[in-house]
Design a protein around this ligand. Structure first.
Ligand code: ADP
Length: 447
């Protein structure tokens, strides 16, 4: 087992990883920018190293500084959290070259899944159902038209290097295709330095359902069920649940089994998420994330298994603590992402939190790095906390969520808490009856 883990992240996820390390009796080092000197994870860590000024590229994305911090402190492993360097293959490779363990999959697996065209090809080869579309990158308009005609409109043009919902354009008819192709390519080039794009069928009313998988490092794969992340705004997840209200146990074990087998065949090691769109009973692979996800706590709630513990175990060569047959799904869990944003316009609302009070009681978990008097720096994403609620079934979970949202107090800044208070009282949400467009339509109506 590791002696000392360096946590290369900030905010709630840095604290989340720190807690797992403490439980496992592992020493912790955190790195932080000058803007985060007062952060909770910095206060609670055994050691901390300031690695640079506020902008991420000079601090949390600065590989050189992070490796230096490992060497100075003698850390033998790095947990990257999510975002920042968590899906940076070069970072994983550099750590290995320095004899430091990257708590995550191999650089090669990160590379394959980071290139969405390559990822889709790999998924298909591994027997995972994919969205019908082009086999690889599409460059000329003629080819694009041919493929689109074959799969049928509407189609979506997506950037191979895309992420965070950027670099996607929908073409409803052939007349839109040329302009969609051009804009997608130029946006992808500008945003990612890679203008490769591909085409796939645009699904009209799908749900976003993702499967949590793990490779144990010895060639075995397991799944931890699915999460439904259909409630999105601008392709960003807002509310996540496990299990999905749309799946039954048979569908769950079928898609879970396909994913677990794929992970084993790939020889993948560590945590991963295979993301699908789900429509009319069919799953369509869209991408795989080779890291821990923001929404992992809903899976922890229904399985009772600490996924960060498992990540650390696998990375240290100790394998998983559970086999597939040990993983049981109990009850229902929902996560609300609480952002420091105006709940109507979603513009960021940094500033000082004058008062912070979190709900408690049975089935309530709050993952947050903020506290009363904390000043939210304007440099990073606006997630300030996650409320995760568990109940024996979805009805109980919703009742508990409503109560927890009422108890939650964040003063001094604007947050998205009021949005969740509205959602929890909505009939469609109560019925689990929503697709990936539901939230956008709801917000447009509210305006
Ligand atoms: P990113 O890596 O940028 O998050 P994804 O491929 O995961 O991109 O897609 C993000 C979101 O975009 C999905 O959750 C879904 O809302 C929408 N989307 C992607 N592909 C399609 C598609 N083929 N049809 C309909 N919606 C899609």
């Amino acid at each position: 087992m590791f002696q000392k883990i360096l946590i290369a992240n900030r905010g709630e996820i840095a604290l989340r990883v720190l807690r797992a390390c403490k439980e496992l009796g592992i020493q912790t080092v955190v790195v932080h920018s000058t803007a985060d000197a007062d952060a909770m994870h910095v206060r609670l860590a055994d050691e901390s190293v300031c690695i640079g000024p506020p902008p991420s590229r000079d601090s949390y994305l600065n590989i050189h500084q992070i490796v230096a911090a490992c060497e100075i402190t003698g850390a033998d492993a790095v947990h990257p959290g999510y975002g920042f360097l968590s899906e940076n293959a070069k970072f994983a490779d550099i750590l290995v070259a320095h004899n430091i363990t990257f708590i995550g999959p191999s650089g090669d697996h990160i590379r394959i899944m980071g290139d969405k065209i390559e990822a889709k090809r790999t998924a298909k080869r591994l027997g995972i159902p994919v969205v019908p579309g082009s086999d690889g990158a599409v460059t000329d308009e003629k080819e694009a038209k041919r493929i689109a005609a074959e799969i049928g409109y509407p189609v979506i043009i997506k950037a191979s290097a895309g992420g965070g919902g950027r670099g996607m354009k929908v073409a409803l008819t052939e007349a839109d295709l040329e302009i969609a192709l051009q804009t997608a390519r130029s946006e992808a080039g500008a945003a990612f330095g890679d203008d490769a794009v591909y085409i796939e069928k645009y699904l009209q009313k799908p749900r976003h359902i993702e499967v949590q998988v793990f490779g144990d490092g010895f060639g075995r794969g397991v799944h931890f069920g699915e999460r439904d992340c259909s409630l999105q705004r601008r392709h960003q997840k807002v509310w996540e649940e496990a299990n999905s209200p749309a799946l039954n146990a048979e569908e769950r074990s079928r898609i879970g089994g396909i994913c677990a087998k794929a992970i084993a065949d790939l020889g993948y090691s560590g945590a991963g998420t295979i993301e699908f769109l789900y429509e009319n009973g069919e799953f369509y692979f869209i991408e795989m994330n080779t890291r821990l996800q923001v929404e992992h706590p809903v899976t922890e709630a229904i399985t009772g298994i600490d996924l960060v513990h498992e990540q650390i175990r696998v990375a240290s060569g100790g394998g998983l603590s559970v086999r597939q047959e040990d993983i049981k799904f109990n009850g229902h869990a929902i996560e609300c992402r609480i952002n420091a944003e105006d709940p109507r316009t979603f513009t960021p609302s940094p500033g000082t939190i004058t008062h912070f009070h979190t709900p408690g009681g049975l089935g309530i978990r709050v993952d947050s790095g903020v506290y009363s008097g904390y000043k939210i720096p304007p440099y990073y994403d606006s997630l300030i906390g996650k409320l995760i609620v568990h109940g024996r079934n979805r009805v109980e979970c919703m009742m508990r969520l409503r109560r927890a949202l009422d108890e939650f107090v964040v003063d001094g800044i604007k947050t998205t808490l009021p949005l969740f208070r509205d959602l929890v009282g909505n009939a469609d949400i109560a019925n689990g009856d929503y697709d990936i467009h539901w939230l956008e339509k709801y917000l447009a109506k509210e305006e």
